[in-house]
Design a protein around this ligand. Structure first.
Ligand code: FAD
Length: 474
């Protein structure tokens, strides 16, 4: 145990949490010490697993008294390494996974209150069982937890229609670094009582406190749903198709996803059971989801009429409308598993960027040209939430290049994309946050009064720097 840590701390935590609540065996902690992308391999004093807010507060009080640093962890699916401790081994990892209660849906208020450790897929199912929709949806939903989703202000596939995690949250309960509980678990649509404190903790990636519970919005369940997949000649054509759907029925538009032809081909080549759902190969594709609480919403007719007009105009080359739920799931699988295909294809870089929607064609053209000039043969596989201006602008090493050759150039490729993003007025981190990976970029991009204000907020809420050190602000 590092000599900065009081020797009786673990005994005190053990007393507060009981045997199920404290893990010290390195073998049992191992999975929680490496992030999903395998970028970071940390060490921890122990893994605390509080069962409720009182236990979490007791953990924070004990660590605060001993000046021991704490790292909150949810499902450990974060893309920026924010949820794993650093290498020194003097930080306490705190998993919220036992705090997973999902309350009853309030059908009039259209809210649900859940523990931070509730897994997204379980909450979606609970909402569906009650005839409602919890619309947050992303590839990691089988593991990602509400606390992690709020702490990263996750976006995902349906942001276009319902907003990101922040927009779905009415209230939260927070445990500060010194154990103080902030009881802000209110289910109010209107509450202009001073500063909107909850918004500071949402998206803070665990650097300001623990989110322990949340009151979230639910929506009417969708009685009809239609998913289509279209082949397109250009990125501009994707924008034209988005415009058409918006003009026809914006409320029905649930998701509008972009897939580069190269990303689709990589997924089809490397993933079992994934194939191109169309006869036409194209340089660009879109996946569009329409939905409505109304049974007779006429979504197939809407899709057909928009596609017919776009086909005639030449902005769509070919398209298919899923004829069943399983076909729709198969189309979504093609989109969702591009990150897995990328992982199998070899070493690469991920850029989670956003620009104003009309600038997406320029982003893609200029970003690809810049990276190919740096590394001839590098494979661009951009995809993502075009309807939100958010592209996962990822690259894979040229065929046959191994990690040792590629890695030294990875940062230059990220910077090449980010230079274009900056020129286009965009963000270098649209939905994956800062974590440990992008602290230097945050310091550079937000330098000046914005970063100073963030540091002052951090110092006010966590004066001893105990919450998730080395993340976000570095
Ligand atoms: C296949 C795949 C697809 C993905 N797709 C998307 C996507 O479309 N959109 C998107 O936004 N993200 C996506 N992600 C990223 C990831 O799933 C999200 O960032 C998610 O919100 C992380 O939740 P988690 O519970 O796994 O959090 P973790 O990874 O455990 O933690 C993330 C951050 O939140 C902090 N944290 C966790 N719980 C708490 C808490 N209770 N209180 C305070 N801080 C906390 C951690 O310290 C860390 O900084 C994807 C990831 C994968 C693996």
């Amino acid at each position: 145990m590092p000599d900065t840590v009081p020797p009786d701390l673990l005994a005190r935590l053990g007393e507060a949490l009981g045997p199920a609540g404290l893990v010290t065996d390195p073998a049992l902690m191992a999975a929680a010490l490496t992030d999903w992308r395998g970028l970071y391999h940390g060490r921890a004093l122990a893994l605390a697993r509080p069962a409720d807010t009182d236990e979490l507060s007791a953990v924070a009080r004990a660590c605060h008294a001993a000046r021991v640093k704490m790292v909150p962890q949810g499902g450990n699916t974060g893309m920026s390494g924010g949820g794993v401790p650093r290498e020194a081994g003097d930080e306490l990892l705190v998993s919220l996974s036992r705090m997973r209660a999902i309350g009853a849906i309030d059908p009039d208020g259209m809210t649900v209150t859940v523990g931070a450790g509730a897994v997204l897929a379980e909450l979606q199912q609970a909402a569906a069982d009650a005839g409602f929709l919890f619309p947050l949806s992303l590839g990691s939903q089988g593991s990602a937890q509400i606390g992690g989703l709020l702490s990263t202000n996750a976006g995902g596939n349906h942001t276009l229609r319902y907003g990101n995690a922040r927009d779905l949250c009415l209230g939260i309960e927070v445990v500060l670094a010194d154990g103080t509980v902030l009881p802000m678990l209110r289910a109010l649509r209107k509450d202009n009582t001073g500063y909107a404190l909850r918004q500071i903790f949402i998206g803070a990636e665990g650097t300001l406190g623990f989110i322990s519970r949340a009151t979230l919005r639910v929506f009417p369940g969708l009685s009809s749903r239609t998913v289509l997949f279209a082949a397109l000649p250009s990125v501009e054509a994707a924008l034209a198709l988005l415009r058409r759907f918006r003009a026809e029925d914006e409320a029905a538009l649930q998701a509008f996803e972009y897939l580069a032809g190269s990303a689709v081909e990589m997924a089809c080549a490397l993933l079992d059971g994934v194939s191109l759902p169309l006869g036409t190969r194209a340089p660009h594709y879109c996946l569009v989801e329409l939905g409505s609480p109304r049974r007779d919403a006429g979504l197939v007719e809407l899709a057909e009429s928009v596609l017919a007009a776009a086909l005639e105009e030449g902005t769509v080359l070919d398209a298919t409308i899923a004829a069943s739920g399983s076909q729709a799931a198969q189309l979504w699988r093609l989109r969702e598993e591009i990150p897995e295909a990328q992982r199998r294809a070899g070493p690469g870089v991920k850029n989670d960027v956003a620009v104003p929607i009309p600038r997406i064609p320029a982003l893609l053209a200029r970003g690809i040209a810049a990276c190919q000039a740096l590394m001839p043969g590098v494979r661009a596989i951009p995809f993502g939430h075009l309807g939100d201006g958010n592209i996962h602008f990822n690259f894979v090493a040229p065929e046959g290049m191994d990690a040792a050759l590629f890695e030294p150039h990875a940062e230059a490729l990220m910077h090449a994309v980010n230079d274009v993003v900056r020129e286009l007025g965009g963000s270098f981190s649209a939905e994956h946050g800062i974590g440990r990976l992008k602290t230097a970029m945050l310091a550079e991009w937000r330098a000046g009064p914005e970063l100073d204000t963030m540091r002052r907020i951090k110092a006010a809420l966590d004066p001893h720097g105990l919450m998730n050190p080395g993340k976000v602000l570095g």
